[in-house]
Design a protein around this ligand. Sequence first.
Ligand SMILES: [Zn+2]
Length: 137
Amino acid sequence: MKIVNYDQLTEQQRELLDAAEKAMEDAYQPSHGYFVGAALLTSDNQIITGWGIEESVHDLTPCAEMAALKEANSQGYRSYKSIAFISGSYDSDTEKIIGPCNDCRQMMEGYAGPDLEVILSTAKKDRIVVTSIDKLP
Ligand SMILES: [Zn+2]
């Protein structure tokens, strides 16, 4: 996997990552303080975003990527080219690059196939990984 910087992304990749960043900023995580945003690019170039939701009663935290996938699906978009993730926290560790969890990964691969492009970024967008879903560790 290659680590790139923001300027090395294509215009469309930058647009997708910026949308994920906006979603991350909208994430509702009052106690965890850890925010994840995802943006899905449909095959007809629509951007659908989602963010992680905190649910304190059952300690469920629906994933950002799952939220984006559900939203896209409910709008009738069921074919995807790319997904961007960005995460940050109130605490120190904003350097972390996170990817989709196993459940979401399988679901996305099921919808989009192994070539789905995945863009993973630090909160500051200074370290970015561009790969395909089947090459994630
Ligand atoms: Zn997930």
